[in-house]
Design a protein around this ligand. Structure first.
Ligand SMILES: [Zn+2]
Length: 149
């Protein structure tokens, strides 16, 4: 789906007219009309407002161009698993299990890997293999990447 249909569908979901939506996020009705005609796409600041207002991620508003992955544990993210800031805004970098109440749940890479080894090991995927896998994968994610020296 494109942004124009997504905005239209969300507005319809909430039973709002173009005027009412425009008023809620402080833009003109013409602006809403242009988004829904596909003439323009909301700018970054407006996307943030729409994200908060409709409670969907900016990625969803844009038609899911990015495959979101938690930058802490590597899990694929969707709107139900994305973390939130304390004010309720979605934080599309992390899942809600890794980042909660404005804080990271796992203090360091070892704690994260220990948790994943406990969760993911099975008969088919023994713990030492799980550990090797995550020790290779996780340092590539944004949260664990070491700043260059
Ligand atoms: Zn995570």
């Amino acid at each position: 789906m494109e942004t124009k249909e997504i905005i239209f569908n969300l507005r319809a979901r909430d039973g709002l007219s173009q005027d009412e939506l425009a008023e809620k996020i402080c833009v003109t009705r013409q602006a809403v009309s242009r988004w829904e005609n596909g003439e323009t796409v909301p700018n970054t600041e407006t996307l943030k407002l729409l994200s908060k207002f409709f409670d969907v991620s900016i990625n969803t508003l844009l038609g899911s161009p990015r495959r979101l992955i938690c930058q802490c544990c590597g899990m694929p993210l969707d709107d139900s698993s994305i973390s939130r800031e304390i004010d309720g805004a979605l934080n599309e970098e992390y899942c809600k299990w890794c980042y909660s109440g404005g804080k990271f749940v796992y203090e360091n890479l070892e704690a994260m890997i220990d948790f994943l080894v406990g969760q993911m090991s099975s008969e088919n995927w023994p713990p030492e293999q799980v550990r090797t896998y995550f020790e290779a994968q996780l340092p590539r994610l944004g949260h664990w990447r070491q700043p260059k020296k």
